[in-house]
Design a protein around this ligand. Sequence first.
Ligand SMILES: NCCCC(=O)O
Length: 790
Amino acid sequence: MADLPSTARVVIIGGGAVGCSTLYHLTQRGWSDVLLLEKSELTAGSTWHAAGNCPTFSGSWTVMQMQAYSIDLFERLGDEVGYPINYHQTGAVRLAHTKERMREFEHVADMAASMGRQIDVISVDQLKEYVPQMEGHDLVGGLWDARDGDIDPSQVTQAYAKGARDGGAKIIRSCPVTDVTRDGDEWVIHTPQGDVRCEFVVNAAGYYAPDIGNMFLKHGGRPVPQTVMAHQYLVTEEIEELKDVPTMPMIRDPDSSYYLRQEKHGLLLGPYEKGGRIHWRTEDDQRPDDFSFQLFPDDLERIESYIEDACERVPLLGSVGLQRVINGPIPYAPDGLPLIGPMPGVEKAFEATAFTFGIIQSGGAGKMMAEWIIDGETEWDAWPVDPRRYTSYTDQDYCDAKGKEIYDNEYAIHFAHYNWPEGRNKRLSSLHAKHEAAGAVFGVFGGWERPVWFAKDGDNTDLEAAATYERRGPWFDAVGRECAIVRDECGVIDLTGLTRYALNGPGAGEWLETVSVSKLPKVGRTRLAYFKSKNGKFQAEMTITRRGEDDFLLMTAAVAEWKDLEMLQAAMPADAAFTLTNVTEDTTIMLVTGPKARDVVAASAIEADLEKGWLTHQTASVNGVEFDMLRVSFAGELGWEMHMPASAGPAAYDSIIAAGGKPVGMYALDSMRLEKGYMAWGHELNADYTLAELGVPNQGEADKRVVSLVMDDEGDCDAAPLSSVWQDGKHVGLTSSAGWGHRTGKAIALAMIDKGIEGQVEVEIFGTRHKATIQPNATLWDADNARIKA
Ligand SMILES: NCCCC(=O)O
């Protein structure tokens, strides 16, 4: 066995596919002083028993990039490192039972095309041609991915390991990590074989990642947000009819919730069953000390109905007996996407864990991890998989509830207006009970419950009614009513949970000026400011309010709470005389907006100077309690954002409602911000774009720009984010958000469009190109801001 080195630049903990890929990618970037520690053998844990399927398909642009990259890599990896890998590109079909499923396929195929990949939407007849073994009479259509297939999980892991070793990396097996301590600028990784000092450490320990994560609690870390689900697949005996014929392409039936593929001359069936089983959470189900190459007992009863369904689909499946059942542990993050990136709260420590599709994501994940470590940023927008997307509300109950929810719904369509029911009520505004009484339907924003619309008697609030891509879902008329309130009267929108940081003390302003690319506001004023990465990419947008010369309130999106805080903290000088504090909790934030807002606030319990102009700050008061009040409105109407201690919120709210304010939800706010052309976090504002592309002043020339589109051909559905935009048959851009503008009566989309493109374009919405016109001015409502300045 190799000797444990006493130092390494990077130590990776965990020798599964992702850990080994990270090691390989570091060596590919020229970092050879890198070490991987595996407590057992390579592939132990979840890698060795993975089904090894290789889809490109994903609803996430970033994840699709990762998976497509892995496919490119798998095609060459074996030859490149001289380690044969059993990789079969059999092609794969997905089956659609419904119109909405076909729309999902159309959209993902369009996303793939925009990425330069090909996935084809196909008819039932074509499905039958690709998979003659399959019954298809009940289907609506399907999808074909020629590059999908399967790979041997152990071999690909060994191939990464060989490539890494050839590049100078070291791998030490049977070497569990027992603790992690800090000595000056170094991490000290403790093992029974001795200590290793390193600069960077990566937790890639799969379902052991929480154990490793707990070793970082004393260094400012938090428990790793994941749970362990049992996933079963079964492999049949050999089937005569599969011999001497081309390999059957993989079948995924997302509506029936399983995958089915050929494995040698048998079939392999993997259902994601409702009632999925969480493991290692109860007294009578404790994780054994060593589960490295073990499985859970078979539990076929749980998946019986799925087996029957699959046997009807492919009768050959029922023609032979079972050869083996694999029931193994798979770690799940609450949204089913992996955790790849900086470990929250801990410097120079990273996470690459909670992979539910770990084999196909391993290539892309290794590349991203290497980039995080070496470059401090990634080529692809890393936010969808950033560990910091889960903040303080993410306790184990939440992880279990959400992990099970996502497992039970592994192939579900993620509709924009469908607010998933598990893991709710983690963070509540002081106004929550009042919203409930007023008929609120809630959505979640960084763990905070906020009303998205208010239902009246007769409105359909059934969750399943929101499972649609159609524009005119049950919320539509209510959103129209609420936009009319803001247009004509005074709406009250609960924005509690907007992230707030207090920055104050000598030198705060001077420092902030160096960190942001934007000019700071003068004292008593507020303005937007942008932050960029080393490569000029979007990093953050904050509303900065200057309460005093060196006294700032910084605000960012609810979900960005930890990420943006760490960005600022990382830039702070060690000897700073100023402080930066997260003051998000215990604050209630209301946007009171509409042409009657001044009269309403004047008649309420709020005491403030209502003549102060747009983009000003003042310290107002309510019932003797002082609070920050900003003259801003993301809805684009006269309005004030009020940030008050939570204890003062309910009485202030009651007085505003009594004075004529009316409750309005987030869907209405989103409709109105689209009409104003305001960019939103995670849509326009994402790290796939540079600040120059986002139109931030003084950031140089860009080849793209954000535009507002009005749909000349409205259709029944708004464009999903990342729908392609065309002109004269040429791909010219991608949408970032879309919706109905209730004040303007127009279907609107914001899109990132190639430079020089003007006039009429087409937007591909679920397979059909719809005419749209690029607007000369991104602001479609109150272009000169007369209303907001009123
Ligand atoms: N997590 C196993 C792969 C599932 C699928 O191929 O869809």
